[in-house]
Design a protein around this ligand. Structure first.
Ligand code: BDR
Ligand code: CA
Length: 311
């Protein structure tokens, strides 16, 4: 049985790979792509999603734009990591795929309400604004969704403050709603995604695959490498977002622990922190799971297989 997913993203170099993996892997049925402000403005990330869809020939998957700003704050983009366009480093085609004439929040709700219960999985790889808005607008979605597998947070690692990760700190209030909704939620945080490095071997393999898309992905990840070197001292860039999709395809790539997670909203130094309670002090039972490890070889093989299927 294929898994039906909605990818809610802010492309974004690594979001692009999440989209490609979800589109090309036969175990995943990508039912919609929705966009949210994050790595760049909503306008730019939406344009990037449409360009990427055009590049890979993904004409049949609806793409809808969502929220322009987080629930409380104004958007602060990550141009230091993703560049002026949000996906600098290669030339993408002008969009030929059309944007849907519906708000992402409404598309998410419609899809969940119009499919059988327990069939739609949400895969957020950006700030959680759209998902939180959908929960508030139609709370019935919480019991209908199969699960949420998101990229965000971390229990030891951080990249946007001493203790917070970019997607969560971009909209902590939204993250608070989503993590506390009660649905099954798996957090694929930096502790895992910092192991998904696009090493020299990976960059070389992309050139060997030698399709139009894989060569562009090599260019994108080379730009990403330079940015990560300059800003965060990484020799090779972590390709965060597709770990979510890879985990849905093959759960054996990542060990998870069933532990409570909550979002710090008010801490002066800790706002946006994902507080992971390995001692179960906050509560005994919970529906939240935290990714702990990554089988890198299996992960990259899934990416290569997907790229071989794309033109
Ligand atoms: C996350 O932030 C974004 O810059 C990436 O696309 C990823 O979703 C990593 O912290
Ligand atoms: Ca992202």
């Amino acid at each position: 049985m294929t898994k039906k997913i909605i990818l809610d993203c802010d492309p974004g170099h690594d979001d692009a790979l999440a989209m490609m993996l979800a589109y090309a892997n036969p175990e995943i049925d990508l039912v919609a792509v929705t966009t949210v402000a994050g790595n760049q403005t909503l306008k730019k990330v939406t344009n990037n999603a449409l360009s990427l869809a055009t590049l890979i020939g993904m004409n049949e998957v609806p793409i809808a734009a969502g929220c322009e700003n987080p629930l409380v704050n104004k958007i602060k983009v990550a141009d230091d990591v993703h560049g002026e366009s949000g996906i600098d480093g290669t030339d993408l085609p002008d969009p030929e795929v059309e944007l849907q004439d519906i708000h992402a929040v409404d598309l998410i709700i419609d899809i969940i309400m119009n499919n059988p219960e327990n069939t739609i999985t949400l895969v957020p790889t950006g700030a959680l604004t759209n998902i939180a808005m959908a929960v508030r607008k139609e709370p019935k979605i919480v019991n209908r969704v199969k699960e949420v597998v998101l990229m965000g947070g971390g229990y030891l690692e951080s990249n946007a403050s001493a203790v917070a990760e970019f997607n969560i700190i971009t909209d902590p209030e939204a993250a608070h709603i989503v993590f506390n909704a009660g649905w099954k939620l798996t957090m694929v945080g930096l502790d895992v995604t910092h192991k998904a490095l696009a090493t020299q071997d990976v960059l070389d393999e992309l050139l060997k695959i030698n399709t139009e898309t894989s060569v562009k992905v090599n260019e994108l990840l080379s730009f990403f490498q330079a940015m990560y070197k300059e800003n965060q001292g990484f020799d090779f860039p972590p390709v965060h977002d597709p770990v979510t999709v890879a985990y849905l395809i093959d759960p054996s790539i990542m060990e998870v622990k069933n532990v409570p997670v909550d979002i710090e909203l008010s801490g002066k130094l800790t706002r946006g922190m994902t507080v992971v309670d390995f001692s179960h002090v906050i509560k005994e039972k919970c529906n939240t799971y935290v990714g702990m490890s990554l089988d890198k070889e299996k992960f990259w093989n899934l990416i290569y297989d997907a790229l071989r299927k794309i033109r």
